[in-house]
Design a protein around this ligand. Structure first.
Ligand SMILES: [Fe+2]
Length: 288
């Protein structure tokens, strides 16, 4: 089905996938606000209406052209498409359901060896124009000595509390922040949940602090409007969300989100669920 999307859209998605540009904003998807129903609390069952079904179908078609939509078995019961909306009591947490507190920037599921390659955020409502924060690792100046420390497995990242299937009992494995081509590396950061490994020493702690400060200084705000899809390359860019006031009146900020894997073969044997696309979180974490 995704092969039948308009040629211009397919060309844009292929160009984006090959360029490694970090982010792409697609606009102009038809969303009829009046037919969507009330913005539901995060983790609740989606309202059943044709408008939301059409919106999800558009999101999945576009995501399917990029790669393979996947979910985490321990996040929102493994639903392939999830809500992002505020939830009473979560205002100041580091979860997508927060609102009054800043959701600190991060790579999605940074702790996980099978973290998604891309995340696709479809905006259904954003009444205050709340910004998604965003930075591409290519735009972050990092000196050579910091870069070489960040390329070594000297850091640990704990699962965030959205993943109920992940245990924090065992110490997470030591991983590198930068991997791949040293001149154009992939990035793996989640400052709210990461620290230097015990063998890392003060130099590793300083390098981590340095890159976090540099990202802070170059964070851009991207306000995603209804009918727009923001695609984030989760290996090349970090994202977060600026604070906003939740309304809890049925018209809150509401995104639908799907994670995308470039290659299903990496998760062979670790997937479960009706659609065979939920990645089981309790796999042995390694340094892949
Ligand atoms: Fe996120």
């Amino acid at each position: 089905m995704s092969q039948e999307l308009p040629v211009a859209l397919r060309r844009t998605l292929v160009d984006f996938r090959l360029s490694g540009d970090g982010g792409l904003l697609l606009a102009g998807l038809p969303i009829v606000d009046a037919d969507l129903g009330a913005s539901p609390p995060v983790m609740s069952a989606p309202p059943r209406n044709g408008e939301l079904a059409r919106a999800d179908a558009m999101l999945l078609l576009i995501a399917s052209f990029l790669g393979y939509p996947v979910s985490q078995a321990g996040v929102d019961d493994g639903h392939l498409v999830r809500h992002v909306s505020p939830l009473p009591g979560h205002e100041n947490t580091q979860l997508g359901s927060s609102s009054a507190g800043e959701l600190m920037w991060h790579n999605e599921d940074a702790y996980h060896p099978l973290r998604p390659d891309w995340i696709c955020l479809l905006c259904l409502r954003n009444p205050d124009g709340t910004a998604t924060s965003f930075a591409r690792i290519d735009d972050i100046p990092i000196d050579d000595s910091t870069r070489s420390l960040l390329a070594r497995p000297l850091f640990r990242i704990e699962p965030d509390s959205s993943n109920t299937a992940s245990s924090t009992a065992a110490e997470p494995p030591a991983v590198a922040v930068l991997t791949g081509d040293p001149s154009r590396p992939f990035v793996r950061l989640d400052p709210a949940f990461m620290f230097r490994a015990s063998g890392g020493g003060d130099e590793a702690a300083a390098a981590l602090e340095e890159v976090i400060k540099a990202v802070d200084q170059r964070l851009q705000d991207v306000s995603v409007a209804p009918g727009e899809i923001l695609i984030i390359d989760n290996l090349r860019a970090v994202h977060g969300r600026r604070p906003f006031s939740a309304r809890y009146d049925g018209h809150d900020r509401w995104l639908r989100i799907v994670n995308v894997a470039a290659d299903l073969r990496r998760s062979e044997g670790f997937r479960t669920g009706d659609h065979g696309r939920a990645v089981v979180a309790e796999i042995e974490l390694d340094t892949r």
